[in-house]
Design a protein around this ligand. Structure first.
Ligand code: TYD
Ligand code: MG
Length: 451
């Protein structure tokens, strides 16, 4: 009898080791190694023999790409780079409960004239039907199947010849060729490779859902990212309504795209004008609020930053931040203290980005600082002002990219003034109805904003 071969795999990053180790040398996680049976490798000593295709000059390769399949909804088409490429494998990653199944079922139900096979390993057909009725069924050719054995899935797909295959989720699938349990690295890897081969040979596009867990106990989609064509990340705060669909890898388009959705009682709704919903309409100006003109990928967005500064009740002041990097907040506070002479050391500072959105764009800095000072000094900022600049350690106001797009979005949203770095002056469009105020130093900025 052939000896069963096994190895240890990191369940977080997929690294392999012949023996168990506590800390993964590749990703640094602890206690993630699990023993898994691996497939016996076929003994082929000469891999040079299979010369199937001859090399071709790149300029002479035929260029007649199949037309892209239009997807329902502008947001999805955009993140995919303008429609779905036939034979592509797309991974939808996201934390449990964020709405991956809802989004994909919704796509399957809205894709008219497309025969869709939706495989679920997590929900029964009744549950899927219940969800589908909440969302509304438009596609008359949407089939569902509850199955987890990949060989059976291919058998059904062979018979039905779908034009789009959806797998919910990759962690529930298993192949009979490997002994380890569903969700383990070797199963996930093998099933993805099989799906890739299916997509490439039949030219049917495949969507797979992959869960990410924070503790890394299930094979995360990280392992799969290099295998698939496109990786879309579905993110957001489950307590909030808004969800962002981000492209993190795309072999057929740009990775700078972003789709925005809102979770409603009847599925996900596209948000085509996000700036409108992310800013609270207020009658009177309030202190501690400033609007930042940020860009998410290639998309300009106006978001509301809120700060609350109060005297610390206990000895150590508290600093808390939602949606913005806490270390960056500490840096901003240090700059205000050291370079601008504001005494914030003994104050509690709470920061929040409205809508449950996380921002990483450094152009948020100026709005954050404005919100903090506005709250600390109890001076409201005009709701017609918005801000887009980074702040350096010496208190200088630094330029940011895509300033013309930010200005255009602020103008579109009816703002009257936008504050930017004076080093961005060259990029200002010639004709603007909005007043563009350029500033270089913090002191100058404060006198212009707070008068
Ligand atoms: P789900 O798509 O199952 O998340 P995932 O597949 O990523 O784990 O759905 C997540 C949440 O969405 C669930 O808690 C209920 C909510 N939801 C709505 O608010 N409205 C709806 O129409 C649907 C279908 C779900
Ligand atoms: Mg699900």
């Amino acid at each position: 009898m052939a000896k069963v071969k096994s190895a240890f795999f990191c369940q977080n990053c997929g690294a392999q080791s012949p023996k168990w180790i506590g800390k993964c040398p590749s990703c640094g996680e602890w206690n993630t190694y699990v023993e898994e049976v691996i497939q016996a490798e076929t003994k082929s000593t000469n891999s040079f023999s299979a010369a199937a295709e001859k090399p071709t000059l790149i300029s002479e390769v035929e260029n007649n790409p199949a037309p892209r399949i239009p997807m329902p909804g502008k947001e999805l088409s955009r993140v995919l780079g303008g429609g779905l490429v036939p034979g592509s494998l797309t991974l939808f990653g996201g934390e449990p409960g964020i709405g991956k199944s809802t989004l994909l079922l919704q796509i399957a139900l809205a894709a008219k004239n497309l025969r869709v096979l939706y495989i679920s390993g997590e929900e029964s057909q009744e549950q899927l039907n219940m969800r589908a009725r909440r969302i509304g069924i438009k596609n008359q050719e949407c089939y569902v199947l509850t199955e987890t054995l990949i060989q059976n899935i291919f058998q059904q797909a062979e018979a039905m010849k779908p034009q789009l295959l959806v797998i919910d989720s990759i962690q529930t699938l298993y192949t009979s060729h490997i002994d380890s349990s569903p969700g383990s690295i070797s199963q996930v890897r093998q099933c993805t490779a099989d799906l890739m081969r299916y997509a490439k040979t039949t030219n049917v596009p495949v969507f797979i859902i992959g869960h990410i867990t924070k503790d890394g106990s299930i094979a995360g989609p990280k392992v799969l990212e290099h295998m698939v064509d496109t990786v879309l990340q579905f993110e957001g705060d489950t307590h909030h309504l808004y969800r962002l669909l981000r492209t993190t890898k795309n072999r057929f388009g740009s990775t700078n795209e972003l789709g925005i959705y809102e979770m409603t009682g009847a599925g996900l709704r596209e948000v085509s004008n996000p700036s409108e919903v992310l800013i609270t309409a207020r009658e009177e100006p309030v202190s501690g609020v400033a609007i930042a003109a940020v860009t998410e990928g290639a998309r300009p967005l106006l978001i509301e930053t809120q700060a609350l500064v109060s005297s610390a009740v206990y000895g150590t002041p508290q600093r808390s931040s939602t949606g913005y990097d806490l270390r960056r907040l500490s840096m901003m506070l240090a700059v205000l203290e050291k370079r601008c002479g504001f005494r914030l050391g003994a104050k509690d500072v709470f920061l929040n980005i409205a809508g449950g959105i996380k921002v990483e764009d450094p152009a948020t800095d100026l709005a954050i600082v404005t919100a903090i000072l506005s709250s600390s000094e109890e001076i409201p900022v005009s709701p017609k002002f918005c801000f887009a600049a980074e702040i350096g350690l010496s208190g200088e106001i630094r330029p940011v990219n895509r300033i013309d797009q930010r200005i255009a979005e602020a103008e579109k949203m009816g703002f009257e003034q936008i504050f930017i770095s004076r080093y961005n002056k060259k990029a200002i469009p010639e004709k603007t109805t909005i007043k563009v105020v350029t500033v270089g130093k913090m002191e100058e900025f404060f006198s212009k904003v707070f008068g």
